[in-house]
Design a protein around this ligand. Structure first.
Ligand code: ZN
Ligand code: ZN
Length: 286
């Protein structure tokens, strides 16, 4: 993986969203491991240690995949792009063809698209993600989708524990109508009451919202990946090689191991530049 030179967020909205993720991941881990799990099982329970295994695995995969998404170089500028001699180069943006990017003043391959925030054309650009402050493209698509997958599993896991902890273990503190009002108006609840209980409710709410958001994102991006497309191309399926080959195109040749760690090598079968061949292969399978 080639490391990006400038990986800090470039806009205020990117900075706020990325900062929020950087803070909420360790806060949730601390809340589950030091408050919720001992609260559910008792301080001296062996189950506290049993939960620690999956909790650390999820924390590692979420943090490391997020970091890999941010650090990975996705731009066309650092690639040696050999333009085929037999293609027509169009002007302006056009993700299906070789084209000249007027901002980069360079020829860009099919499926690449210029991002004004990142200031470069990105290979097989999917979208710009505010929560990582960078574009998702050919090189970091793997890390992004596994970041979302592990986030969904972690928020689902945390939400199951949190619901039991808040409404049953600590039911006498939280099972009243004021808790429902405070959950409905999350910022107002901190103005009214800054006790520890209100912070518990805030982390509970963030995890519930996170579970629904990452669940929707996982279904949306998962369906795009399975059909061999990206966000920009959702209306055409010119690169659909079948679901297994499409997964390999994003997760690499050892796709079945990538959920274990972003450090596991899984070479991508395509270079992200020469898509004409893939387009012809996809046409044959139709
Ligand atoms: Zn460009
Ligand atoms: Zn971008």
């Amino acid at each position: 993986m080639r490391i990006r030179k400038r990986f800090l967020p470039r806009t205020i909205s990117d900075g706020i969203a990325t900062g929020f993720m950087t803070a909420i991941i360790p806060i949730t881990f601390w809340f589950e491991v030091y408050v919720v799990i001992p609260g559910v099982h008792g301080i001296d329970s062996i189950y506290n240690w049993i939960h620690l295994g999956p909790a650390l695995f999820l924390l590692f995969n979420i943090s490391a995949n997020m970091l890999a998404t941010i650090m990975c170089e996705t731009g066309c500028g650092t690639e040696i792009v050999n333009v085929p001699t037999n293609v027509n180069i169009t002007s302006g943006q056009g993700s299906k063809t070789w084209h000249v990017c007027s901002t980069c003043e360079a020829v860009a391959p099919p499926r690449s698209w210029h991002c004004n925030t990142c200031g470069t054309c990105v290979l097989k650009r999917d979208h710009h993600c505010v929560f990582t402050g960078c574009c998702i493209g050919h090189k970091n698509h793997r890390y992004f989708i596994l970041f979302v997958l592990h986030l969904f599993i972690a928020t689902l896991y945390a939400s199951i524990l949190n619901n039991y902890f808040i409404w049953f273990v600590r039911g006498e503190d939280f099972r009243n109508w004021t808790s429902l009002v405070k959950i409905a108006f999350p910022l107002a609840m901190l103005v009214v009451d800054t006790s520890t209980k209100q912070y518990y409710l805030l982390v509970y709410l963030i995890n519930m919202v996170g579970m629904f958001m990452t669940g929707v994102l996982l279904i949306y991006h998962g369906r795009l990946i399975l059909s061999g497309t990206v966000v920009h191309e959702r209306n055409f399926h010119d690169y659909n090689l079948g679901w297994l080959e499409n997964i390999r195109m994003v997760l690499g040749k050892r796709w079945y191991l990538t959920w274990l760690s972003p450090f596991l090598q899984s070479e991508l079968p395509h270079n992200g530049i020469d898509w004409d061949f893939i387009q012809k292969e996809a046409a044959k399978t139709k």
